[in-house]
Design a protein around this ligand. Structure first.
Ligand code: SF4
Length: 432
């Protein structure tokens, strides 16, 4: 057993907000066990890389980071965890210099594993079948002491053709409303958290973790996302919440109408669309048609004309012909949304999309991406233009990296201004 007192640890995170919130929680866990935290480019006794399966060239990035550690601190322990570690443990273990590979179930037992590990031992892989992963570990990250990303749900039961996340993170599961409320109350007591961004893999599927007594006659009924946000809205001490992303089929009209009347949930939705062609949506195994998506956007804009609506779109999915892509462009052009996140399809082992033909040539995928990025730019400009002259509430960030500071309005318009200490981590009225 290794003594951990006075040992140092450094983390590096690849990928999404969920990974960042988990790295933050892992770091706090180790600090509670006696480790001291270091920056990744400093010398540390242990280096932990939290990987992502969506990142292009995840293996190359991992190799690069491990080589860097070996040059910097050849005697230090190197641990790789996260989605890529769950999907390809043997591949990662084969990277020279890696001491421990931790899959999804073992990630939060990092401290215990470190006590058993010595440099020079054969590389250890601790990973089980993803079907067996069913625990939920609440995690949160403090971004800039202004916004915190709070993980309330993990895993996904959908099986979209292009996605490896269910294989890397397992089945949908979540914390209970009571657990999450307790965490948020704790964050509120700190006094410096102004905004909480609720994150998850499939956030709208929240509820596979708890029951409530709303079933009448003392009966129990499953908790759900709507129940969670209604409870959070009542907590004093947190000024703002955002919903990081929600599937269109899980964003109900009742939820939209409720957000329109909420003081604390911001007028901002991010709703993955992926394609504006019903044929491609079917190939992707998405659970809605474009008509439902358009209906949700129409309702949002009729209740909250100032609301920001963002969409994820994938271009170049197998089977997406020029006509299907033209349908997507036309659909998006006619939709009252504010911005797009455009992704270029790329092949992933183990996914259904690999069986679909025809394959879209790489150059064509890039050309389609460019067209949608251009459209996104114009959508954002027009959204900003429509709000010119209005006064909106802006939360200005608390940390300083340059002489400028940034913040977002309630409806997600970015504001940049010269740094002023008295504005840091405050919500102020801002004329756009
Ligand atoms: S909803 Fe689809 S794209 Fe999103 S995590 Fe689940 S399988 Fe992946």
């Amino acid at each position: 057993m290794n003594e951990v007192r006075n040992k140092t640890v450094a983390f590096h995170t690849l990928g999404c907000k969920l990974n960042y919130s988990e790295t933050s929680s892992l770091s706090r866990l180790l600090e509670n066990e006696g480790f001291e935290k270091r920056e990744f480019d400093e010398t540390a006794d242990v280096y932990v890389i939290n990987t992502c399966s969506v990142t292009e060239n995840a293996d190359k990035e991992c190799r690069y980071l491990v080589r860097k550690i070996q040059r910097q601190a050849p005697e230090s322990l190197v641990v790789i965890t996260g989605c890529y570690a769950q999907l390809k443990p043997a591949e990662i273990a084969a990277i020279p210099g890696v001491d421990l590979v931790l899959g999804a179930a073992e990630k939060f037992n990092l401290g215990a594993h470190l006590k058993e590990l010595s440099k020079g031992d054969p590389t250890k892989i601790c990973s089980c079948d993803i079907e067996e992963v069913n625990s939920f570990n609440p995690s949160w990250s403090l971004n800039d002491r202004t916004r915190t990303f709070l993980k309330v749900q993990d895993g996904c039961d959908y099986n979209c053709s292009f996605c490896t996340i269910p294989m890397a993170r397992g089945r949908s599961r979540s914390g209970t409303i009571a657990q999450i409320i307790a965490t948020v109350r704790e964050l509120a007591r700190r006094g410096d958290v102004k905004e909480i961004v609720l994150t998850g893999v499939n956030l709208g599927d929240f509820g596979k973790g708890g029951w409530n007594t709303g079933g009448g006659m003392g009966g129990l009924q499953p908790e759900d996302f709507f129940g969670l946000i209604k409870e959070l809205d009542g907590i004093e001490g947190i000024d703002r919440y955002r919903i990081s992303s929600i599937e269109p089929n899980l964003l109900t009209p009742e939820m939209i109408e409720w957000v329109a009347g909420s003081r604390r949930f911001m007028p901002h939705f991010h709703i993955p669309l992926q394609s504006g062609s019903n044929h491609v949506l079917r190939l992707m195994r998405r659970r809605y048609k474009r008509e439902l998506y358009a209906e949700r956007v129409r309702l949002i804009k009729s209740c909250m004309p100032h609301c920001a609506v963002g969409a994820d779109v994938i271009v170049g999915h197998p089977g997406e012909t020029a006509d299907h892509f033209a349908e997507t462009v036309e659909f998006l052009a006619g939709l009252d949304i504010s911005y797009l996140h455009v992704f270029t399809y790329s092949e992933r082992d183990g996914t259904k999309a690999l069986e679909i033909r025809p394959i879209v040539p790489i150059a064509m995928r890039a050309a389609r991406n460019k067209i949608l990025r251009n459209l996104s730019y114009h959508k954002m400009q027009s959204f900003i233009h429509r709000h010119e002259g209005q006064t909106r509430k802006v939360l200005l960030e608390g940390h300083v990296t340059t002489s400028l500071m940034e913040g977002y309005t309630d409806n997600y318009i970015k504001v940049t201004t010269p740094y002023r200490k008295e504005w840091a981590n405050r919500i102020i009225d801002w004329k756009l």
